[in-house]
Write a protein that binds this ligand. Sequence first.
Ligand code: SF4
Ligand code: SF4
Length: 258
Amino acid sequence: MKSSRRKFLKLAAVSALGLGAGRIGFLGDAPAGAMDIPTAADYNAPREAKHWGMAIDTTRFNQELVDTCATACHTQHNVPTIPGKKGIKWFWGANFEESFPTEHGHNLPEDVEHRTYPLLCNQCEEPMCVRVCPTQATFKRADGIVMMDFHRCIGCRYCMAGCPFGARSFNFQDPRPFIKNFNPLFPTRTRGVVEKCNFCAELLALGKMPACVEASGGALIFGDLEDPESDIRKVLRERFALRRKPDAGTGPSVYYLM
Ligand code: SF4
Ligand code: SF4
């Protein structure tokens, strides 16, 4: 394939992920400190899976590593730090009780109730958020990723009420003035739009791993839950793991290795 055609197809794949303009941001919005725009040569073939999942090695996490991963995620997705109670979060940390309210520490290592647990959208197999969204602004892909189409979001917040994990944030105000390191390859959002972790679908399409996984130093294992030879399946065979709120019946794709 000629390099010009290859370049066109790669850029088309980025456009197909909704990384263009609309009610959300576009390249012309670039604030000071914008990150460099990679060239087509920086990209590899898309990463694909039947069912993307994540395993979190909770023995390796503390608040510092949570902050490192959160910074990587939020920088990649133009999620600014907004002071007060109206902040947006895609990746954050919490204690055992908040993370696993239906679990008790019995029969688990003694320190489980003193760890800091990373939290993010669980990319549920039966996502309540998708079921209640009236405009299909949130939908589940064939590979299990629960996506947001920011253009379709009308800000009703039914999805926030439906999610048992508090994984979604609402833009009560325009977040753009708070963005410090603008990433031109991911859309900014406006006031009135809901957002959450997308398992870095835009990076997978470019052959890359999720930003938090790259930043975690091996504490986050990402892969295909339907591939018995994948690293995530291997570690889930070897280690005891919990999923959050199993009684909610949503089937999280995020596992916590204890
Ligand atoms: S964790 Fe919440 S937002 Fe994420 S897929 Fe499940 S129900 Fe939807
Ligand atoms: S998978 Fe991507 S979007 Fe989700 S928390 Fe990690 S960095 Fe953020």
